[in-house]
Design a protein around this ligand. Sequence first.
Ligand code: NAD
Length: 332
Amino acid sequence: KKLGVALVGLGSYAKNQLAVALENAKNCYLAAIVTGTPAKAEEWSKKYNLPKESVYNYQNFDEIAKNKAVDIIYVVLPNSLHPEFVIRAAKAGKHVMCEKPMANSVAECEAMIKACKDAGVQLGVGYRLHFEPFTQEVMRIGQKKEKGAVRFVQTNFGFTIGDPTQWRLKKAMAGGGPLMDVGIYCVQASRYVTGEEPLWVTAQFGPITDKERFKDVEESVSWQMQFPGGAMVNGFSSYKSNIEQLYVSTNDGWLQLSPAYSYGPLKGKTNDGDMKMPIVHHQTVMMEAICKEFLETGKFPSHIGGEEGKRDMKILMAIYEAAETGKKISLV
Ligand code: NAD
């Protein structure tokens, strides 16, 4: 069986990555779309041969409950709209995938988790790197302490943001700046390399060098965390620098991914030499793995579930609190 997936929000990630994944994947396909733009409805219907009754807008979206072709609703909207659409999807009785960051607050994550639990549907967050081979190798080496315990993690992710009017620069829609959008990958990496949860964070905002763009959200932010096994983390995220690295120093060696977080190809090295891993389309392997697990067990993989999204949200909020107050924020 192939699972039918409905994409909600047909922006650049849905169009350039997820729709491609749904074309490539063997166990799922694009079964429906939800869009506020009639021209997109027409273009996508033609391209994907979608029947009229599988094309929704944001107002009549709830009727998707009656659509038997749809097994999973995938929410790919700006961050502030994730809670509303995940909760509506759950109420429609469909399993739900939600893009990262899961929401803009811990309370919203909790409401989303509860709605899915109450409706008896699965909830997953689009953490594509959990299915990416270089990342999986880094997780394995770190968590199994193959090169000894992790002592230090240096991680950064940033890019130069364009259009000053876009939702990513509006706090009400994005929840924050680069930390919410791409710094979340660095927070994830420190957690999946150590296999632990941080004890505390300290953080500092960088200077605003572009007053036109950064009226509402941070331009850059640095943070530090300590993990229970003794690992220290230095993180940095920015909308003004093109950077993406993960460097991990362990008791007996080191590992590095650079690039570490974008669509790839990722590149890895350790103190033993180059990492040789297959190059994959991240979103295709993610969708195939999630659907395989669901078809076999009736559940989404638990490591990308709502609780995982909520754990990251707690840390992101603590980083903001630390940067705003100058205080060390405890997470335990
Ligand atoms: P985008 O701006 O390209 O697309 C957003 C879509 O939402 C557009 O089609 C827009 O029309 C629609 N939309 C509906 N209501 C809107 C409103 N009120 N304001 C603005 N847009 C509205 O953004 P994107 O890059 O596709 O990001 C969408 C989501 O996907 C975000 O949560 C983002 O963090 C996530 N994302 C994840 C990855 C990843 O690698 N996992 C990569 C990119 C984006």
